[in-house]
Ligand binder design. Structure first.
Ligand SMILES: Cc1ncc(COP(=O)(O)O)c(C=O)c1O
Length: 443
């Protein structure tokens, strides 16, 4: 779906605290008591007293990760040394984690590998997609994307288009169906859940539209994997990539993942490294691609990163007996709905605008609020131990406060406390202290 125009929150009551119909903290605590997913929080080492609403940017640390990394470092590396490539199964780790990720994104075993970064994997699949289309439909030379797609997606698409002699067209989300209908688009490349607004595209509908007009559909699942139910096969998508360090809790700079539909998987990808060779340890001079998704591997697998990603993916798979991704996304939607309702009730009149879809079914696990002073407001929130993040407005749009609602470890009472802090910061204008205006390198 299109990312919505900003919706202004109701400004009816400037003193909402006096409204007796307002939701109480006790009511939120009661929701936690009834929450069947509440026990999943025990999997994480969360800093005491902090409310972490930034799992859409860097997932929290599962306790199992520290133990596993210690074991991999001390035992597998320290004691096993080079033998561990064989004895500890290091070589097949990209495929084994890939199989676990496949369960979260509607892919089959053997179709996903964990490797490299999302940016690099996007380069591989876009080059594969351009070569497929160059052969099948050489007159189509447009790569269609969204204006407010994540910048790395657009940057990678720019270099792929330059190499292929194609044109990148980044358009407004709402105009994608009409632009496809013109019939000259070779590849549609979209991020399923928008990083700024959390607005979620209808993957099946847009993929079907792309196919009907002769285009391939490439999806970036950076904000979807571990956040929303994804059904790549059911949507008949062509290629997908995604991030390990966000909702998959794989740790800073975790390996990313890549999937190609079986009908495309053997198309050449450009980074023909030795780990993607059919027989890497025969050290043959001529490249010969491994079968299936394995040839999307390039250099040596990053074992410490894969160990952490494995634990992070397990923390999401722990929800499988409790309803899996459907249950997780339903809770994320409830957390987001609660947040929006409490912001409506407690923060009216303070210049906030909802920048995300109000309908939870059209959102990922994130809600963004626009505010003219979003930077100092977020710094003041962080000083109150409520951790969200900031994204600068694009092309005249207002700056954004982003809040991620990871259902694995967030409680309904956390949402109440976070909005209470936001209301107090806005009401007292404490955000206007000079310290909160100082900029940092990483936002
Ligand atoms: C939609 C999207 N794609 C790609 C990336 C970057 O991924 P990587 O750093 O793994 O290249 C991000 C990072 O936030 C993102 O939001």
């Amino acid at each position: 779906m299109a990312s919505e125009p900003l919706q202004t929150l109701p400004v009816a009551s400037l003193q909402p605290c006096e409204n007796p119909t307002m939701l109480t903290r006790d009511a939120c605590t009661a929701l936690d008591t009834q929450d069947p997913l509440a026990g999943l929080r025990a999997q994480f080492d969360l800093p005491a007293g902090r409310i972490y609403l930034d799992g859409n940017s860097l997932g929290a640390l599962p306790s199992a990760t520290s133990r596993r990394l210690q074991q991999v470092v001390a035992q597998e590396w320290g004691q096993g040394l080079i033998e561990s490539w064989n004895t500890a199964g290091w070589m097949s780790w990209p495929q084994r984690v890939g199989d676990k990720i496949a369960r979260l994104i509607g892919a089959a075993p053997g179709e996903v590998v964990a490797a490299d970064s999302t940016s690099v994997n996007l380069y591989k699949v876009l080059r594969a997609a351009t070569s497929i289309q160059h052969r099948a439909q050489p007159t189509k030379r447009v790569l269609l994307s969204q204006r407010d797609n994540f910048p790395t997606d657009l940057y990678i698409a720019q270099s792929v288009c330059a190499a292929a002699g194609w044109r990148l067209e980044p358009v407004e989300a709402a105009t994608i169906p009409a632009r496809l209908a013109a019939g000259d688009v070779a590849v549609l490349m979209l991020t399923h859940v928008n990083y700024r607004t959390g607005a979620m595209h209808d993957m099946a509908t847009l993929t079907a539209l792309a196919h009907a007009t002769g285009a391939l559909a490439v999806w970036d699942l950076a904000h979807s994997a571990g956040s929303v139910p994804v059904r790549l096969h059911a949507a008949d998508a062509d290629f997908a990539v995604g991030c390990g360090y966000k909702f998959l809790n794989g740790g800073p700079g975790a390996p990313a993942f890549v999937w190609a539909h079986p009908r495309h998987v053997d198309a050449a990808q450009p980074l023909s490294g030795w780990i993607g060779h059919a027989r890497p340890f025969q050290f043959i001079a001529q490249y010969e691609a491994a079968a299936g998704i394995h040839h999307y591997l390039c250099g040596s697998p990053p074992i410490l990163g894969l160990a952490a990603l494995d634990c992070g993916v397990d923390s999401v798979l722990a929800a499988e007996p409790l309803g899996g991704m459907d249950a997780l996304h339903a809770k994320a939607g409830q957390l987001g709905d609660l947040f929006i309702r409490l912001v409506d009730e407690r923060c009216a009149g303070f210049g906030l605008e909802l920048a995300s879809p109000r309908d939870a079914a059209q959102r990922g696990s994130q809600v963004s609020l626009a505010h003219a002073q979003a930077w100092p407001v977020m710094q003041a929130l962080i000083a109150r131990s409520v951790i969200g993040d900031f994204r600068a407005g694009l092309g005249g749009d207002p700056d954004l406060l982003r809040f991620g609602f990871t259902p694995l470890y967030l409680r309904f009472a956390d949402i109440w406390d976070a909005v209470q802090a936001l209301a107090e910061i806005l009401g007292s204008r404490s955000w206007d202290a000079p310290a909160f205006h100082a900029r940092k390198a990483v936002t």
